[in-house]
Design a protein around this ligand. Structure first.
Ligand code: HEC
Length: 142
């Protein structure tokens, strides 16, 4: 009995240590992720709205093809949509971070997913970071 308790403690300590050493933004949240971007996590309308926001707030500095498309999963794999939401809303637009509404940032992410080939679904991407952290970014199925 004593032994078993000890082992549980050691295992827990190892998991925490491993997660803390991983550099990716919010990667420690991985284990909480229960859905992924392949599961139809945004709507077509949300992506369309996001495209308009991107044109207005981001396109002066970014080509859409640099941020979305075949490279998207390669760049952000092992993070979550929530991590990317936090990154974008904390740092972009460069010089005026956080100046868009949460639903506008979510719309941009929906559009990135659509442009990267992921299918839409019936429910919009949420604007709540905790909920977004439960959606893993992974490559399209082959
Ligand atoms: C005034 C110029 C400017 C504007 C406007 C701007 N960005 Fe950026 N963005 C940058 C710069 C500079 C970087 C850092 C260098 C890079 O990765 O291109 C960056 C980096 C990024 C990255 C990280 C890219 C990576 O692979 O690490 C993302 C994602 C991003 N921007 C999204 C956006 C979004 C979404 C908007 C609109 C809400 C936006 N940016 C508006 C200049 C801008």
């Amino acid at each position: 009995m004593r032994m078993r308790q000890w082992r549980a403690i050691v295992v827990a300590a190892c998991v925490c240590g491993g997660a803390a050493m991983r550099p990716a933004v919010g990667a420690a949240q991985d284990s909480a992720a229960d859905r992924s971007v392949v599961d139809g996590v945004f709507t077509a309308g949300q992506a369309t709205a996001g495209r308009e926001v991107f044109r207005r707030a981001c396109a002066s500095c970014h080509q859409l093809g640099d941020l979305a498309g075949p490279k998207f999963a390669f760049r952000w794999e092992k993070t979550t949509v929530g991590d990317l939401f936090t990154l974008i809303s904390d740092t972009m637009p460069d010089g005026a971070p956080g100046t868009l509404e949460p639903r506008e940032y979510a719309g941009i992410l929906a559009m990135f997913l659509k442009e990267s080939g992921y299918k839409e679904g019936d429910t919009e991407l949420p604007t709540d970071v905790e909920a977004l952290r439960k959606i893993k970014i992974e490559p399209l199925p082959q």
